[in-house]
Design a protein around this ligand. Structure first.
Ligand code: CAP
Ligand code: MG
Length: 429
């Protein structure tokens, strides 16, 4: 590859943020390749290829070439770089094209060992060319009539297999125990053992019952994941039956599928589950950081998205690394991004009474915290499991988050359901 044109690598070049998309990369390559990839990455992801072509004019090269404008060697084989992409390279309101440009071919170049897209900044007008969240954080509180966070919820378990009547009972018991938000699990769509319409109608009847008997608005995030045509039909069914929230597995459905549903304007918040993100986001030196996906889905217009718990079963299992990962993703959901509304982070995965206090301390107030096993694994079932989680939240809001003080608090304050949960989890006799 002969990227002799120094146009692609101009360290310390000053660019106008409102006229460029700036992308942060981590690059790993062989030492003698480092300067070469500082040219190849911008070239391959903008107007270049492996040799100069007759149809490339100096005008195109100067106006439309991406440029590495900053490089920092971490080691002789690992660098961090910033690449400026002229905004003319991008089509407004088109995430697939944006990701194909700076997160596409570059990943496959044989001069690289690893490449990770860590973040990107876009001009205001470009951000505003996207629909963005219809509800966002404030909309979730206002429109759904639920009190300010942290919002406690659960995932119906088992993940798959229970018939509609059991699925609905798990939901009803969780709401009756004081939870506000119940979601389908990510692979639960329309299997023979739990047909979509049967499941949705039963659960929404219970939601109506709670509303009329207790005056409480509770939320059921209905998983509509499927083909675009199927998702439209399912979203219409949810809306026609008084549903208040749609759930989509946004990574497996894809950017366009999510945006298509967003742009139908069903008037229902979109709960974005991120199943399969780990295949893209997990490796520290290769792939795409979760905050890049979080920002892209915010532009597309989800209202809440899973970003991790720090203390649960997902992530790196290293508090400092998980804190950095979750905080930076949540920052991407709430930092100024054109006029787009901020998106609610969802903390889920291995959540229970022994870690929800720490999660609240780290992520509240604006967060939805969902616990599946942490609720339905309670010795007395879902309703008491829900009560125990609500009680642990109460303790967490008072700063009581460690196991033994929490157990003592449950005894001193007659929090029976929490005490029973902790007895099991802490192997108390
Ligand atoms: C949690 C969960 C969630 C993932 C999501 C599950 O169940 O329902 O989908 O944890 O992870 O299927 O594992 P538990 P993330 O509460 O029983 O662990 O939010 O990191 O995408
Ligand atoms: Mg799940």
């Amino acid at each position: 590859m002969s990227y002799e044109d120094n146009v692609f690598y101009q360290p310390d070049l000053e660019v106008e943020p409102e006229e460029n998309v700036i992308v942060d990369f981590d690059v790993v390559t062989t030492a003698n390749n480092m300067e070469r990839v500082f040219r190849e990455i911008p070239a391959e992801s903008s107007v270049g290829t492996w040799q100069r072509v007759w149809s490339m004019s100096d005008d195109i090269l100067q106006k439309l070439s991406a440029k590495t404008i900053h490089s920092q060697l971490i080691t002789d084989t690992h660098a961090k770089i910033k690449v400026a992409y002229p905004i003319e390279l991008f089509e407004p309101n088109n995430i697939p094209q944006m990701m194909s440009l700076f997160a596409g071919n570059v990943f496959g170049m044989n001069s690289l060992q690893y490449l990770r897209v860590n973040d990107f900044e876009v001009p205001t007008d470009f951000a505003n060319s996207f629909p963005g969240p219809a509800f966002g954080i404030q909309g979730i509180y206002d429109t759904l009539g639920i009190e300010k966070g942290p919002i406690l919820g659960t995932i119906v378990k088992p993940k798959l297999g229970a018939p509609p009547e059991v699925h609905a009972k798990v939901t009803m018991d969780s709401w009756s125990g004081g939870l506000q938000w119940v979601k389908d699990d990510e692979p639960q769509t329309n299997q023979d053992f739990c047909p979509f319409e049967d499941r949705i109608s039963r659960v929404l009847e219970y939601a109506d019952q709670i509303k009329s008997e207790q005056g409480r608005q509770v939320i059921y995030a209905c998983n509509i994941t499927g083909t675009i045509e199927t998702m439209v039909k399912r979203a219409e069914y949810v809306k026609d039956h008084g549903g208040k929230c749609l759930m989509i597995d946004v990574v497996t459905v894809g950017f366009s599928g999510v945006q298509y549903i967003r742009e139908q304007n069903f008037g229902l918040p979109i709960h974005a589950h991120r199943a399969m993100h780990g295949a893209i986001t997990r490796h520290h030196q290769h792939g795409i950081h979760m905050k890049v996906l979080a920002k892209a889905y915010r532009m597309i217009g989800v209202d809440a998205i899973h970003t991790g718990t720090i203390y649960g079963k997902m992530g790196y299992g290293k508090i400092d690394e998980d804190k950095k990962e979750v905080f930076s993703s949540n920052q991407a959901l709430t930092d100024k991004l054109g006029n787009l509304k901020p998106v609610m982070p969802i903390a889920s995965g291995g959540v229970g009474v022994t870690n929800i206090g720490k999660i609240i301390q780290a992520l509240a107030p604006n967060v939805i915290i969902t616990a599946g096993g942490g609720v339905h694994g309670h010795p007395n079932g879902s309703q008491d499991g829900a009560k125990s989680l609500v009680q642990a939240k109460e303790a967490g809001l008072q700063g009581i988050v460690d196991e033994e003080p929490l157990y003592q608090w449950s005894i001193d304050n007659n929090k029976e359901e929490l005490q029973i949960a902790l007895k099991k989890l802490l192997n108390k006799d």
